[in-house]
Design a protein around this ligand. Structure first.
Ligand code: CA
Length: 218
């Protein structure tokens, strides 16, 4: 399991990120100032989500100190300063990626996964397959029984989730938190709508309904 350090002094944002990452199986630690961020980064973590505007040391200083000390952990910068200047400075300072606030959780999650995948041979599987279905994680293209299928961004996340858990029942809440993050109304029927869309594209019998529980990739 991957450990992620979140350095963000705005409690609302920190808790939004933390809840989302935990729901997706990550272990998180959250700090609200630059000194604590640097200290925990030194102790070792798999990825750092680093806000630029932090008290004590700011994000740039934390990043510079980490790199100077040879801490090569991937860093995703969070910034409200969406100027080209700051972004370029951040990337030159050794950041791997950046996100401009406000952002949707799903975008952050995609970047986190991408950064953790580099150098991780277990999850570095470019193509997920099950029976006649396959999904290329790089091109985001699916094939079903040899034919190519175009997917929307949400359909892609949904199919990826099914392909990572073939034959298992996925309950609606699990699907909602994976595909929609916290950006959803738990009472909505959006999962059903998207499953229907996937069935239309991939074949009706590929995804089974498990009554009162959820769905299963057959
Ligand atoms: Ca801040």
């Amino acid at each position: 399991m991957n450990r992620i350090l979140i350095a963000e002094d705005e409690e609302r944002i920190a808790s939004f990120i933390e809840k989302g990452l935990r729901a997706n199986g990550f272990i998180t630690t959250s700090v609200a100032d630059g000194n604590s961020a640097l200290e925990l980064a030194r102790q070792g973590t798999d990825l750092v989500i680093l806000d630029l505007g932090l008290p004590q040391l700011d994000g740039f200083d934390v990043l510079a100190a980490m790199r100077r000390e040879g801490v090569s952990t991937p860093v995703i910068i969070l910034t409200a300063r969406d100027t080209v200047h700051d972004t370029v400075a951040g990337l030159e300072g050794g950041a791997d990626d950046y996100m401009t606030k406000p952002f949707r959780f799903e975008e952050l999650l995609a970047r986190v996964r991408l950064r953790l995948r580099t150098g991780d041979s277990v999850s570095d599987v470019g193509v997920l397959t099950h029976g006649v279905l396959s999904l290329d994680l790089r091109t985001r293209r699916a094939t079903a029984a040899g034919g190519t299928v175009d997917l929307t961004a949400r359909e892609f996340l949904l199919l990826e989730l099914f392909l990572r858990h073939p034959g298992q029942v996925l309950v609606r809440e699990q699907i909602l938190s994976h595909v929609w993050g916290y950006d959803f109304d738990p009472g909505s029927n959006i999962v059903d709508v998207y499953v229907r869309a996937l069935r239309k594209k991939l074949g009706a019998d590929r995804i089974g309904t498990v009554r009162g529980m959820g769905y299963r990739l057959e």
